[in-house]
Design a protein around this ligand. Structure first.
Ligand code: SME
Length: 164
């Protein structure tokens, strides 16, 4: 198989894994709109389903800044200001931020020294910022646009399926 074909196959299977993850998320959300329950189970699903993670979870916007919410991984920094770190940057920009090497990202907040790459998806509802979804990996270059697309779909489903 050519290198290009291998890449295409890898991308397709990764996208398919996100389809399976989204189907599992539907099961978790079925008949339940409690925010903490849904975010807790979503963080467990992400952490168990995606390989190569050391942290997966949520920071919630309290009207002033981000406060840690349900997650899987080691205990994390509790509060992050809007505009600070990868999480605060994604929240301020209202767009997904992929950091291939956290040590090269100015202002990265090191909660777990094992983290080397990170992706943060902002959670934005009809009335504005709700929080962020944050995934960390011990590998550099762990996250790409396929992850961004899949995680943005997870975020959209959680926003629509929970009472914020
Ligand atoms: N690294 C993040 C902080 C949160 S932890 O990774 C869980 C940041 O720079 O915003």
């Amino acid at each position: 198989m050519s290198h290009a074909l291998q890449l295409t196959a890898a991308t397709a299977s990764k996208a398919q894994r996100y389809q399976a993850l989204l189907a599992a998320l539907e099961g978790i959300l079925a008949g339940e709109r409690n925010l903490i329950a849904n975010l807790a189970n979503a963080s467990a699903l992400l952490y168990a389903s995606l390989e190569g993670l050391n942290w997966a979870g949520f920071y919630l916007y309290d009207g002033a800044g981000l406060v840690v919410g349900p997650f899987q991984g080691k205990p994390a920094c509790v509060r992050i200001a809007i505009g600070q770190g990868v999480c605060g940057t994604a929240a301020a920009r209202r767009e997904t931020v992929i950091v291939e090497d956290v040590h090269a990202f100015p202002g990265h907040i090191a909660c777990d020294a094992a983290s080397n790459s990170e992706i943060v998806v902002p959670l934005v509802g009809p009335r504005g910022l709700l929080g962020v979804l944050d995934l960390d990996s011990p590998s550099t270059h762990r996250f790409d646009r396929v992850d961004a697309t899949g995680l943005e779909a997870v975020a959209a489903r959680l926003i629509a399926g929970s009472d914020w």
